[in-house]
Design a protein around this ligand. Sequence first.
Ligand SMILES: [Zn+2]
Length: 322
Amino acid sequence: MTWPAVDALKQQIPLLEYLQSQNWKPVRRISRGRLMGLCPLHAEQQPSFLVDPAKNLFYCYGCGRGGDLIRFVELYFAVGFRDAMTLLRSPNRESLLKDVVSFYQIQLHRHPEAAHYLLSRGLQQPQIIEELAIGYAPGRCLRPWLTTLGYSLSDLQQAGLANTAGYDTFSQRVVFPLEANLYGRSIVNAPAHRFLPGAKGGLYAWGRVKQSPEVILVEGLFDLAALWQAGFRNATCAIGSHLNAQQFQQLCDGVSRTVYLAFDSDVNGSGQQAALQLSRRLLKEGVTVLRVELPDGHDPNSFFARGREGRQFQRLLEEAVP
Ligand SMILES: [Zn+2]
């Protein structure tokens, strides 16, 4: 990528406007038109994040990080330079993804193997599948469809939907739409997980879930689907056991609530280890956090898929440990 392209992009998107689009609000104005607010990159109570709209630069006195728009996007979404540029450059990504999601939703009903896979994971309620907008990517048919809608191959390649040879990158995958990305779960012998290039975004459905006095945080989207299906609509998902800065910040928004960590109970203990570390970090930020202990070898999805019921999960919540 050439430097003029970077400069043009920074001119197109002023840093302050971008921050505001991510819900950042200045707390006070200081000299020379500069602004102070809470740092979006680390949890804090006192504003130490300085923005200079004239210079398009930021600096945080709390975590010591600073730079320009692209640096901010890199840190905020935990991505590299190239992905940060892709995130910033694609103004039509949103409408493109919307079209992709509707197409995949139609495919789900045309491919019994996909519905069968969902059933094998215990997902059978049509209204949950509809609500989560779950779809299916058969492979080899997205590109022709999007071409008829007027998208170019380079649009698709830039979004990561087509590879350099022009083929669909998502093939034989059950697809969950995220805020600004897609998560694809393979139903065959391919690498299990796949995202489009770019950030995984914030916590799943956080805007809805954050109102609850109790929030259940799980690792995977199938865990979330199982919990929603069992009536636990206060479940959210980090898509992995490692939270990005945005997701961590969301849990530390100063609202009083209890966060239950219902991570996988893996044989190697990695899920519980991640939950323990996260609970310590959250505790430091004053968040009330409890860890749910699932039976060995289970995640919330398999817990329900094996025929257990809501009241049994409810008991696990009641027995959760700090
Ligand atoms: Zn900071």
